[in-house]
Design a protein around this ligand. Structure first.
Ligand code: SAM
Ligand code: SF4
Length: 323
């Protein structure tokens, strides 16, 4: 369906939990995390009902996210059921990769086309301190297993000044021999992310120019949202840039989000939206639920105002939204 600015909205980022097995320094506090109780989150049945209604208004592509989506009990069965909903054409996951290895086969069988794995360091010790607990070897194993099972892997990497910015070239080199894309995502001033200084994608591009001779500009790919891609040195994979901060891509925004407690969010930056959970628990009919979803999507804000507007600014942390 189209929103009031004539953007085609066909992509839903569905967060199935706010809980996580890591505590990345720019995403979550170490201790102060008031995770939702199970009863506060959408149940599997409620998620399926909501996705069915979203599909009826024109959502075709779903990304399962979190928190860490793979910590939700029975998540592979849930993903399988979502993928069977009429109208859902593509299903993807964003994960930190720690619990992914054992689930790759089931996910491949459920039709998951790709996983975005968030990875900010290739150094064991640094990975542990950045995530405050993660085991890098588990993530690297999961990446190889996805490739083995034909699931497309994209690494999402957030570069933070004075923390991991010295690994930019190492990440780019990963694309040379493996069919994986590495995408640099600019740090956003959300939650604890406000405390850190990100590295702009322009700085990363400049560094690439200084280090590689053979750079091919690919630009945007239809299925890859706002990322702009390049390739270096005949690599098997691509290098992408998602520059939400330095280059607003709101004009082409095609997405809405649903938080674990069932809040349909119109835009990452603002707290606008509607609680589908409350509507469902008050007994709304399927027809009226569809109308409410349609209205909320239609009224998506024109653009984010991360650098200017504090009014109605989202106060949730990234793990409570899903990125
Ligand atoms: N746990 C999963 C993971 O890490 O992939 C999914 C949820 S996580 C919130 C989704 C993405 O948000 C991750 O790639 C993470 O790096 C990114 N993220 C978290 N906080 C961010 C921030 N302040 N700015 C930019 N990206 C952020
Ligand atoms: Fe967890 Fe993902 Fe946030 Fe890291 S970025 S703390 S893995 S939700």
């Amino acid at each position: 369906m189209k929103d009031k600015f004539k953007r085609e909205i066909d992509y839903l980022r569905l967060s199935v939990t706010d809980n996580c097995n890591l505590r990345c320094i720019y995403c979550m506090d170490e201790k102060e995390n008031n995770f939702l109780k199970a009863s506060e989150k959408l149940s599997d049945e409620e998620i399926l009902r909501v996705v069915k209604s979203c599909a009826e208004v024109g959502i075709k592509k779903i990304r399962i996210t979190g928190g860490e989506p793979l910590v939700r009990p029975n998540v592979t069965e849930l993903i399988d059921s979502i993928n069977n909903i009429e109208g859902i054409e593509e299903i993807y996951i964003t994960t930190n990769g720690i619990l992914l290895g054992d689930k790759v086969e089931a996910l491949a069988k459920s039709g998951v086309k790709g996983v975005n794995i968030s990875l900010d360091s290739l150094k064991e010790d640094r990975f542990k301190s950045l995530t405050r607990r993660g085991d890098l070897s588990k993530v690297l194993e999961a990446i190889d297993k996805c490739i083995e099972f034909g699931i497309k892997v994209k690494l999402n990497t957030v570069m933070v000044n004075d923390i991991n910015h010295d690994e930019i070239i190492d990440f780019i080199k990963l694309t040379i021999n493996k069919p994986i894309d590495v995408r640099f995502i600019e740090l956003m001033p959300i939650g604890v992310g406000k405390v850190y200084k990100g590295v702009s994608n322009q700085e990363i591009r400049d560094l690439i120019k200084d280090n590689f001779n053979n750079i091919i500009e690919i630009g945007k790919e239809k299925s890859s949202g706002p990322a702009k891609y390049i390739k270096v040195d005949d690599a098997l994979g691509k290098v992408g840039f998602i520059s939400a901060m330095s280059n607003c891509f709101c004009e082409e925004c095609n997405r809405v989000r649903i938080t674990p407690e069932g809040f349909l969010k119109q835009c990452l930056h603002f707290d606008y939206g509607i609680s589908l959970r409350d509507l469902i628990r008050k007994g709304i009919s399927d027809q009226d639920l569809k109308i409410k979803i349609e209205e909320t999507i239609y009224n998506k804000p024109e653009k984010h105002l991360f650098n200017q507007n504090k009014e109605h600014e989202e106060i949730r942390f990234m793990n409570q939204i899903g990125g």
